[in-house]
Write a protein that binds this ligand. Structure first.
Ligand code: THU
Length: 138
C-alpha cells in the first residue's frame, strides 16, 4: 500500500469540510463531515444525519463508510473528519471507531479537525486498540 502524502490528507480534509455543509443537524446544530480515500483513489463523503428520535442519528464517519460500501468500495486508505462548529478537533465516537475498524487497516491515517489549522493526525489502531474478531467475517 502506498503512503498517503500530507497533500493528499490536506485535500481529504477539504473534502470533509465540504461534506460538513451537507450535515442534517437541526437538533445539535453540530455539523460533521467525513471523507474517505479509497484504494482506487476515489473520495467518498458523508455527513451526520440526525433524527427527531435522537438515537437514530448517524455520524458522518459511519455515513461515509456506509455510502462507500453501498457503492461497491471496501478498500480504504485514509479518512478525514471535519467538525467546523467545535473550537477544538473532535475525535470519532466509540461506535464509529468500531465501524471504522471493520474496513480500515490499523495503519491507515485518520485526521480530525475543526479547521485546517487545527487538526490531529493519528491512525485507526491508535484510536481503536485491541481490535479483534476480524476472523468472524467469511
Ligand atoms: N457526530 C459525528 O457525526 N461524528 C463524530 O465524530 C462526533 C459526533 C455527530 C452526531 C450528532 O449529530 C452531532 O455530531 C453531535 O453529537
Amino acid at each position: 500500500m502506498s503512503e498517503t502524502t500530507s497533500q493528499t490528507l490536506d485535500a481529504l480534509f477539504d473534502a470533509a469540510m465540504q461534506a460538513s455543509q451537507n450535515s442534517y443537524s437541526p437538533y445539535s446544530h453540530f455539523r460533521v463531515g467525513a471523507a474517505i480515500l479509497c484504494e482506487d483513489g476515489s473520495i467518498i463523503i458523508g455527513a451526520n444525519v440526525e433524527n427527531r428520535s435522537y438515537g437514530l442519528t448517524n455520524c458522518a464517519e459511519r455515513s461515509a463508510v456506509f455510502a462507500a460500501v453501498s457503492s461497491g468500495k471496501r478498500d480504504f486508505k485514509a479518512i478525514a473528519i471535519a467538525t467546523p462548529d467545535a473550537d477544538y478537533p473532535v475525535s470519532p465516537c466509540g461506535a464509529c471507531r468500531q465501524v471504522l475498524s471493520e474496513f480500515f487497516p490499523g495503519s491507515a491515517p485518520l485526521q480530525f479537525g475543526n479547521n485546517k489549522n487545527s487538526r490531529t493526525t493519528t491512525t485507526i489502531a491508535e484510536l481503536f486498540p485491541f481490535d479483534a474478531l476480524h476472523e468472524l467475517a467469511r
